[in-house]
Ligand binder design. Structure first.
Ligand SMILES: [Mg+2]
Length: 226
């Protein structure tokens, strides 16, 4: 894939797994929540995992999946408080800051576009301090649709200005890259190294990068081939 930065005005970036290490989220939902659920309900961690994971799976690809209030209610746990307990695991992926600085220096519009709930966003922006690098931060919860829904991108365009043919999207979710492709977003980048603790995922459908440094021209020019 050839990228000529003179042809791109706007960069949309997903948060979890793309800019931030998904190890935090994976650990939180797979291990931490079931552990606290087991304590609360007097059951084994194995049984709690089975029950919690089934509940999570039932809400995949919906906004409930990332709705902390929904899960606090369903699980009888204060999910935002539990997130604070493991907040030391929230981390920015390597080379993200360099990439954001490159985009800033070259006058690109930069938008964080996430399915994350407002409470998760607050916590992560507080921990990582990356918020000021963005022209806007959009939560799917404010638009009423998750990125998995092809109608999401049209709704997003009511909120921020971008020309799909001159826009890049960085994502670790192939499903979301696919809905963006259907909408006509031209430059689709799959982030394969979504977690510091998991093997890299290589997409068969989209160009996969490990790190955003791969998108920064090294020769002072505006082009890069990945
Ligand atoms: Mg993601």
């Amino acid at each position: 894939m050839k990228i000529d930065w003179t042809l791109i005005d706007t960069v949309l970036l997903d948060m979890d797994g793309t800019l931030l290490d998904r190890h935090f989220d994976d650990h939180f939902w797979i291990d931490h929540v079931p552990m606290r659920y087991a304590e609360k309900h007097g059951m084994t961690v194995a049984a709690a995992k089975e029950r919690c994971h089934a509940m999570f799976r039932s809400q995949e690809n919906t906004l409930n999946w990332t709705d902390l209030d929904y899960w606090s209610d369903q699980l009888g746990l204060d999910i935002p408080v539990l997130k604070e307990e493991v907040n030391h695991l929230i981390a920015v992926h390597p080379f993200v800051m360099e990439f954001l600085l490159y985009l800033r220096q070259h006058g690109k519009g930069i938008h964080l576009v996430t399915n994350a709930h407002g409470k998760t966003l607050d916590l992560k922006m507080r921990r990582t301090k990356i918020g000021p690098y963005f022209d806007s931060i959009v939560s799917a919860h404010d638009l009423g649709l998750p990125k998995e829904d092809p109608a999401f991108w049209g709704k997003l365009q009511e909120k921020i200005t971008f020309i799909p043919e001159r826009t890049m999207l960085g994502e670790d979710s192939e499903t979301n890259l696919e809905t963006a492709r259907q909408y006509g977003i031209e430059y689709l980048i799959h982030v394969g190294r979504f977690s510091s603790q998991s093997p890299v995922a290589v997409s068969q459908r989209f160009t996969t990068i490990h790190y955003f440094s791969e998108l920064i021209p090294r020769d002072g020019g505006s082009r890069v081939e990945i």
